[in-house]
Design a protein around this ligand. Structure first.
Ligand SMILES: Nc1ncnc2c1ncn2[C@@H]1O[C@H](COP(=O)(O)OP(=O)(O)OP(=O)(O)O)[C@@H](O)[C@H]1O
Ligand SMILES: [Mg+2]
Length: 145
């Protein structure tokens, strides 16, 4: 499975890409974001959640650690920014949600890399040349956008 490479030039374009990915989800997928602060992880999640008819994502759940959105599928939106140990990770409920039909969407997956399942969909953000440009590399995903 070759990684798929996309270029986005605006927040809207990133949200649209996420919406197309959302249409292919059946439940139980784990989507792990990689890439630094302000790269568009929450923007991507917003597009995905909206496309599933699950409402509006306002922000990263940095303090709550996880937010739930219910639509065509249920989305658990994690922010692992402050997760620094296995104990922290257990307390987010991550392992319980892994065994459900929910779609898990994970910001700051760098912090839980060793806990990610084998069949994870990786979405990596890199800065493009311009201010609003993002290179988005999706791997481990069987579909095509
Ligand atoms: N091509 C793009 N894709 C996504 N966001 C973009 C793009 N160009 C500019 N932006 C802006 O970058 C910011 C991305 O913020 P967002 O909260 O989605 O990032 P994040 O990766 O979740 O950050 P954090 O790590 O702080 O949670 C927004 O202000 C958005 O408008
Ligand atoms: Mg965020």
């Amino acid at each position: 499975m070759e990684p798929q490479v996309y270029f986005s030039h605006s927040a809207e374009e990133t949200a649209r890409l996420a919406a197309r990915l959302a249409e292919t989800l059946r439940g139980g997928e784990v989507i792990a974001f990689f890439g630094g602060m302000g790269m568009g992880k929450t923007t991507f999640t917003r597009g995905l959640v909206k496309a599933l008819g699950a409402g509006d994502v306002v922000s990263s759940p940095t303090f709550a650690l996880v937010n739930e959105y219910v639509g065509r599928l249920t989305v658990e939106h994690f922010d692992m920014y402050r997760v620094g140990s296995w104990d922290d990770l257990y307390s987010t409920g991550f392992f319980d949600y892994l065994d459900t039909d929910s779609v898990l969407v994970i910001e700051w997956s760098e912090n839980i890399e060793n806990a990610l399942p084998e069949n994870v969909i990786r979405v990596e953000f890199q800065n493009g040349g311009q201010d609003c440009e993002r290179k988005i590399v999706i791997s481990g995903w069987k579909g095509r956008l």
